[in-house]
Design a protein around this ligand. Structure first.
Ligand code: PRX
Length: 567
């Protein structure tokens, strides 16, 4: 029997009290995610249960029980407190997927500070804007990323500590740097977990906007109420599951469903830091007998591309439930997974801002391949008219996805940006910025984003950020950045560039510009294609018409060009 039982019954009689009761939480109580993920599970008699199985390159392997998690997160919390970190300070985690990332996240929350995870492939520019905006006080990193941090440290007046978890040893530590060796530190039996309340801030994730700099999405400890129950009902996590979430905790899936919910449910989870290859992934599943797998369409399409033969080399019979998030899951991918694993990927839709799964296919509910499924019980959602924000009642008619605010994991604010936060609401709805339609049976079908943001391999990239970075290259006079189709990543970044006089479009310049963006921003933001053009299409008021360039890339109708500059 699935945890959710019958979706229709749950949807009829839903209240978040279900989750509060299971977690033993009553309104007004203290609620600290760090405590829920560790001490509570130990108190429930699962101290010796495996919490984390970790694999790194070169056969590295580590394993931690819930008691280890409890003690090590205490140790990290104690260390941060000794440095002077207090409640609501922002502590950034800038680490590869190593155990210190996962356990450090929990340790930060125990102190009452706010965890700010950043993707470890970020370059200096991506890093600086996010650390500056959050006025981050401490950063936890590792030797290989220290160079990037050292380059920007002088520009960050709020930064007081750089904690290096794999002691640099040979290279002497510089100003603000301090070594911390989690596995060998003295384990702290008692740490007074900070008495956070429901509305105390917990996590700050940065997400890319269409215009302007990235926005810090502020979550609170009460988000646990949504994250716990959605993981239980959508991912169907149970006592004996071995769970693998393939997302990096630099992004919200990797924290909500890669740290918080599996541990709050007391489940054993596996993590690896070995990169992608079909063999490596299948062998990971076989070796650890993974039963529940939460992944992303890009990974699934990469596996499809690797072919069906490779699957036959592995025993994947442990798998029992598959789910996906982050970008459109095409019907072919669902049909393929059914054919090769005997299991369909269950699509789920949500955002950094929503903090937890909002629309999904549930175990036991018939899947319509290509549809995102139905709203989570208790979540009031609709498709609304883009002008009036009134609900569209005609099935099949495309509009904007809308959610009635009020679920526990909803963001509470964009950090220092109330104006942009407020603009996300209209007519009593929260508007995520995606277009969809609802079919006669209440299933949601994703159509596309309602803005220019590029979703490459499930990661959002702001064209504005890439254009701003391109402008810093000496050869670039102007640019327009759009998405272009790609089989595996669905979309990749394409830049149209106008060169300054005296520069010539050569293959060398191409590579140089690509590398420039990769280093400055990240490999995700790097244009896969650069086209040099003499002028960019603009409106009469001088705004670049990305829409036109994008339509050209996707082979779509260009539409109304009457506002174009006519030169
Ligand atoms: O456009 C939607 C797309 O990813 C956006 C959210 O990205 P982010 O905040 O980075 O969070 C990603 C993981 C929760 C959405 O606004 N998206 C997410 N899930 C789906 C999706 N697009 C289509 N189908 C999905 N299942």
């Amino acid at each position: 029997m699935h945890n959710i039982g019958s979706y229709d019954e749950r949807a009829k009689n839903f209240s978040w009290d279900i989750s509060e009761k299971e977690l033993g939480y009553q309104p007004g109580d203290n609620i600290n995610i760090g405590w829920y993920c560790t001490d509570r599970i130990c108190d429930m008699g699962k101290a010796e249960k495996t919490a984390l199985i970790w694999e790194g390159l070169g056969g590295k392997h580590k394993q931690y029980t819930y008691n280890d998690l409890r003690l090590l997160s205490n140790t990290i919390a104690g260390f941060l407190t000794s440095l002077g970190i207090v409640a609501e300070d922002r502590v950034c985690i800038f680490l590869d997927r190593i155990p210190e990332l996962y356990i450090g996240f929990v340790g930060i929350l125990k102190t009452g500070a706010i965890a700010q995870p950043l993707f470890s492939a970020f370059g200096e520019e991506s890093l600086i804007v996010r650390l500056e905006n959050a006025e981050t006080k401490a950063i936890i990193t590792q030797k290989k990323h220290l160079g990037k941090v050292r380059k920007i440290v002088d520009k960050l007046p709020y930064l007081k500590h750089i904690i290096v978890v794999d002691d640099p040893g040979k290279a002497p530590l510089q100003q603000l740097e301090i070594a911390f060796d989690m596995d060998n530190a003295e384990r702290l039996e008692h740490y007074e977990v900070y008495p956070t309340k429901a509305e105390s801030p917990s996590v700050l994730h940065y997400t890319s906007g269409t215009t302007g700099m990235p926005k810090g999405v502020k979550h609170v400890h009460y988000s646990l109420i949504s994250q716990y129950l959605t993981a239980k009902w959508v991912l169907d996590l149970k006592e004996n599951d071995i769970y693998w979430c393939t997302a990096d905790p630099g992004w919200v899936t990797g924290t909500s469903y890669g740290i918080i919910s599996p541990w709050a449910l007391g489940v054993t989870q596996c993590v690896n830091d070995i990169g992608f290859s079909a063999d490596a992934w299948y062998s990971f599943i076989e070796k650890h007998r993974i039963s529940v797998w939460y992944s992303a369409p890009t990974a699934i399409r990469s596996l499809m591309k690797a072919g069906d033969e490779v699957i036959k080399k592995y025993d994947l019979s442990s798998l029992r439930h598959l789910a996906s998030v982050g970008e459109p899951l095409n019907a072919e991918a669902v049909i393929w997974s059914d054919k090769v694993f005997g299991l369909k990927f269950h699509d789920s839709y949500w955002q950094t801002e929503t903090g937890s799964i909002m629309i999904s296919n549930y175990p036991g509910m018939p899947i319509k391949a290509g549809s995102m499924g139905k709203p989570f019980p208790g979540v009031v959602s609709a498709v609304v008219d883009p002008e009036s924000y009134e609900e569209i009642n005609d099935t099949g008619k495309i509009g904007l996805i809308a959610f009635r605010p009020g679920w526990p994991a909803m963001m509470r604010m964009y950090w220092n940006n109330e104006q942009v936060y407020k603009a996300k609401f209209n007519n009593g709805w929260y508007i995520p910025g995606d277009r969809a339609y609802i079919d006669p049976e209440g299933y949601f079908w994703f159509v596309g984003r309602d803005d220019d943001i590029i979703n490459t391999g499930g990661h959002l990239v702001s064209p504005f950020e890439v254009e701003s970075a391109l402008l810093e290259h000496p050869a670039v006079a102007e640019s327009a950045v759009v998405s272009k189709p790609d089989f595996v990543n669905m979309e990749v970044v394409k830049a149209f560039v106008c060169l300054k006089p005296g520069y010539e479009a050569t293959p060398e310049l191409n590579l140089e510009i690509m590398n420039f963006i990769r280093k400055k921003l990240s490999p995700l933001a790097m244009p896969q294609d650069i086209e040099y053009i003499p002028n960019l299409p603009k409106t009469r008021s001088g705004k670049i018409m990305r829409r036109m360039l994008k339509a050209q890339e996707w082979g779509e109708e260009i539409g109304d060009t009457s506002t174009l500059e006519d030169d």
